[in-house]
Design a protein around this ligand. Structure first.
Ligand SMILES: Cc1ncc(COP(=O)(O)O)c(C=O)c1O
Length: 332
């Protein structure tokens, strides 16, 4: 966001943010990660995000175009999720880039690919992230998806010259181009954490990492099918490895359905046999009730030891809780 800010109005580092409304950032509504909003507030741009409605957990491209057209001079960045934290849906990267560039060549395009960069390792799946090469910056989190201990995040910048926008200088810092001290704001000395990623890549090789990523994807798709066969409602199309789902008993209101799914989660958490995630999300696809806020359960096949037997056991376990311990509901 610092790069986007400097790219938008040069020398803001020196002069400060004079008019925060001129530093707007566009994000998809309801699926964004807090890191964008927080960083904007930390760097003095205030809370000036514009949230654009989504369809199937991606930008509604018609709405996106309207927003860009109306605000093109005041937008400093547009964010696309290459795997949002909830549904792990990959954005229409090419279309988003085309719409933005049509109105303003200088808007910074940032792809949050903390999860989705992993698809790039697989020959079979890499076409899902086509268009990412058009983005000015891409954030990646090897510690999430590359079997690497916490922490190691990498920010990829399309045009390395742009890093000079946020360069500071001091005679204490080495003077060669891109010496770390010049371009790593807020971070002083650092350990060689990227070494872990290099070791994983050397040890497993690109092809084998690709196979692991494909297995995770396959396992999520298999689980989504199993859920559907067992009477659960799956809310998203599996793009990476996330499956959002709910049990939906008949003749219940949305609030009741949400409460019952929270009850299921709470029983599971107390017993500690299986852990699923739960959060609020818009029903983008009208699988249960369009535009209503839902509290689904979410499975993620990030653990490479998960087997189909584990998935079957989880479904049997959830059905047993629903039928025997949650009052007044039944799942066939
Ligand atoms: C889409 C997305 N972006 C960014 C982050 C930040 O991750 P971290 O703090 O682990 O680097 C997360 C974490 O869940 C995420 O899901």
């Amino acid at each position: 966001m610092l790069l986007a800010r400097e790219n938008h109005i040069k020398n803001t580092m020196k002069n400060g943010v004079r008019n925060p409304e001129k530093f707007k950032v566009v994000i998809p509504k309801g699926i964004g990660h807090y890191s964008i909003k927080s960083s904007l507030m930390w760097i003095g741009c205030g809370d000036n995000v514009i949230e654009v409605p989504t369809i199937n957990y991606k930008y509604d491209l018609v709405e996106l175009e309207k927003v860009i057209k109306e605000n093109s001079e005041d937008i400093m960045a547009v964010i696309a999720y290459v795997g949002d934290s909830r549904s792990m849906t990959v954005e229409n990267l090419e279309e988003v880039s085309n719409i933005v560039r049509k109105y303003n060549e200088n808007i910074w395009l940032h792809a949050d690919a903390c999860h989705g960069f992993s698809l790039g390792f697989s020959k079979k799946l890499k076409n899902k992230i086509k268009g990412i090469e058009k983005f000015d910056s891409v954030s990646t989190d090897p510690h999430k998806v590359l079997m690497t201990p916490y922490t190691v995040s990498a920010l990829l910048i399309k045009n390395s010259e742009k890093l000079k926008l946020i360069t500071t200088s001091s005679d204490l810092i080495m003077q060669e181009p891109f010496a770390f001290g010049q371009v790593t704001p807020f971070i002083g000395s650092k350990s060689w954490i990227s070494f872990k990623v290099w070791c994983v890549m050397k040890n497993l090789g690109i092809e084998n990492i690709g196979k692991i990523i494909e297995r995770r994807h396959d396992m999520a798709k298999i689980f989504a099918d199993k859920l559907k066969k067992n009477g659960f409602v799956v809310l998203n199309d599996v793009d990476i490895n996330s499956v959002m789902f709910m049990f939906v008993p008949k003749n219940k209101t949305i609030d009741e359905i949400n409460d019952l799914n929270k009850e299921l989660k709470s029983i599971m958490d107390d017993e500690g046999k299986f852990f699923l995630h739960q959060f609020s999300i818009n029903d983008d696809n009208g699988k249960i009730s369009k535009e209503k806020i839902l509290y689904p359960l979410r499975y993620m096949s990030g653990n490479d030891n998960i087997t189909e037997k584990d998935q079957d056991d989880l479904i049997t376990y959830m059905k047993k809780i629903i039928n025997e311990r949650i009052e007044g509901v039944e799942l066939e």
